[in-house]
Design a protein around this ligand. Structure first.
Ligand SMILES: Cc1cc2nc3c(=O)[nH]c(=O)nc-3n(C[C@H](O)[C@H](O)[C@H](O)COP(=O)(O)OP(=O)(O)OC[C@H]3O[C@@H](n4cnc5c(N)ncnc54)[C@H](O)[C@@H]3O)c2cc1C
Length: 484
């Protein structure tokens, strides 16, 4: 019998817990900081509405950080509150990822069957590289809202190709360009596909199909799996260079739990914060915070996120959609997102996101107290190349929709800058001794026995798509390396 503690029942944690507990030889205890309902049927209906992101100021199911950063704080994590966009990255990302990790585990060929096994794709399930029997229902909108139709029409009129299936293997694996974009900046070109298409969505029966519903609830009746909600892990318990358990808090209650190993799935922000609070992090930071140094490690350094410029323009409040995003345009390293909800009355919004930014960010703590949020600098707009790409994207977007913006310069970028909420890479993978590596290719923390990180923290390179499909894939791969 192997005892495993999992910290966080978010997107990755749900998958890891479900896969490990499938074998009765594992006893799995999951601590989740947010609410855990007794069954999937008990999840409040408003949290399952894919057209509504419960992240507003009144929301009780999010972690909040400065600069409008939020994360899901409930069973299912950010995957229980997100936009349901479920898309695979292009092959080039896995070439970079496996090179950085020094491992074929993360090559496009190796991860393809994992993506396929995750999904039940209603539209393309029988196509090569797809699946029909996986736990995640995937579908695309059949009756797009007028705002989405207008966008698709404008893309076609500008010469972009329509991509029927944004998760198609021929597109993602071969890296063949299929569309022709106007005003192409060839210097920034990468081997990815250009074109617009309907967004693959993890939705079924009009309800968000997040990882709690698709993975954890179906496993919850197992005798060897316990999920404890409302319980925050404040620190890891270490004996020498071995993890032996965790310290937790639930309201005023405090306690400890012990296990053979701990798998940290608290997300790119909280996983890094937990390691640092436990003495695994940059030595000067640990000393400044008064935290005893267990292991100097580059935790939090060099993370990445997708900056998003919000191009707002007058228009009737969009109607007729059940999800926030129905179409996207992929154009080199840019993604254009015509949102269906109105963010401000009388205004529509087109998001222009940079998907492979050169700028790197940093996560640090300002206090050893777990109640004090981490400080996150995403490194947005720091690199000249990133500013140029976003200016190019914003100008092209304005031209596409015939929107007047005035001068699009750096000040304009700053005034309209937002985030995609896609932080990753705070505990990146790499071979032992590599400058930035915190974990190995299976998520094991270098230098600490029994400690594994399995969530977006470990992705060592920017990925050029929304990360939800990727985080489920990576959790499945890492879990399967630790089932024995
Ligand atoms: C508003 C929003 C919209 C998004 N939309 C999309 C989208 O449409 N498509 C897409 O691809 N991506 C989207 N993303 C990003 C995507 O949802 C996340 O990147 C992904 O779900 C992260 O998975 P994770 O497992 O790394 O972390 P999470 O899913 O955030 O899971 C972390 C879990 O750990 C718990 N936890 C944290 N610390 C502790 C602790 N100390 N003790 C106990 N529990 C703890 C948290 O409560 C949470 O449940 C969105 C993100 C947000 C915030």
């Amino acid at each position: 019998m192997t005892d495993t503690i999992i910290v966080g029942a978010g997107s990755a944690g749900c998958v890891v817990a479900a896969r490990l507990s499938a074998d009765p030889v594992h006893r799995v205890l999951v601590f989740e900081s947010g609410p855990v309902w007794a069954s999937a049927a008990a999840i409040p209906a408003r949290l399952l509405d894919p057209g509504h992101l419960p992240v507003g100021p009144e929301s009780a199911v999010v972690w909040r950080y400065p600069a409008n950063l939020v994360r899901g704080r409930l069973i299912g994590g950010s995957g229980a509150i997100n936009g349901s966009y479920f898309v695979r990255p292009p092959a080039v990302d896995f070439a970079e990822w496996s090179a950085a990790a020094g491992s074929r585990l993360w090559s496009a060929e190796a991860v393809l069957p994992v993506f396929a096994a995750l999904e039940a794709d209603r539209d393309f399930g029988t196509a090569p590289g797809h699946g029909t029997h996986g736990p995640v229902p995937v579908q695309r909108t059949t009756e797009p809202a007028p705002v989405s139709v207008e966008f698709a029409t404008a893309c076609a009129a500008s010469g972009f190709a329509e991509i029927a299936d944004l998760n198609a293997v021929s597109v993602n694996q071969a890296g063949v360009r299929r569309g022709q974009a106007p005003d192409r900046n060839s210097a920034a070109a990468t081997e990815v596909d250009d074109g617009f298409g309907r967004v693959p969505l993890a939705v079924s029966d009009g309800r968000r199909a997040g990882p709690a519903r698709t993975h954890l609830y179906p496993a919850l009746a197992r005798a060897n799996l316990t999920v404890t909600g409302g319980t925050t892990v404040s620190r890891l318990l270490l004996r020498g260079s071995r993890v032996v358990g965790v310290r937790w808090q639930r309201g005023r209650e405090r306690g400890t739990a012990f296990a053979d190993r701990v798998i940290v799935c608290a997300g790119a922000i909280e996983s890094a914060a937990l390691l640092i609070r436990s003495g695994i992090g940059p030595e000067p930071l640990l000393r400044a915070l008064g935290i005893p140094v267990v292991l100097p490690a580059p935790v939090g350094a060099g993370c990445t996120d997708h900056p998003e410029i919000g191009l707002e323009y007058p228009g009737a409040t969009p109607t007729g959609s059940t999800v926030p995003l129905e179409y996207v345009l992929e154009w080199d390293d840019l993604e254009l997102r015509p949102y269906t909800p109105a963010f401000s009355p009388g205004l529509r919004r087109l998001g222009v996101a940079l998907m492979a930014p050169a700028g790197r960010g940093q996560l640090t703590l300002v206090s050893a107290d777990p109640a004090v949020p981490a400080r996150i600098d995403q490194g947005y707009l720091r690199e000249r190349r990133d500013r140029e790409r976003l200016r190019t994207g914003a100008r092209a977007a304005a031209e596409l929709l015939r929107v007047r913006t005035g001068a699009i310069d750096d000040a304009w970028l700053r005034a309209n800058l937002g985030t995609s909420q896609h932080l990753s890479g705070t505990c990146p993978m790499g071979p032992a001794g590599a400058e930035r590596a915190v974990v190995d290719d299976c998520g094991r923390v270098h230098g600490i026995e029994g400690l594994i990180v399995a969530d977006l923290s470990v992705v060592p390179v920017p990925i050029r798509r929304g990360p939800q499909a990727t985080v489920l894939m990576l959790a499945a791969v890492i879990a399967d390396r630790h089932t024995v």
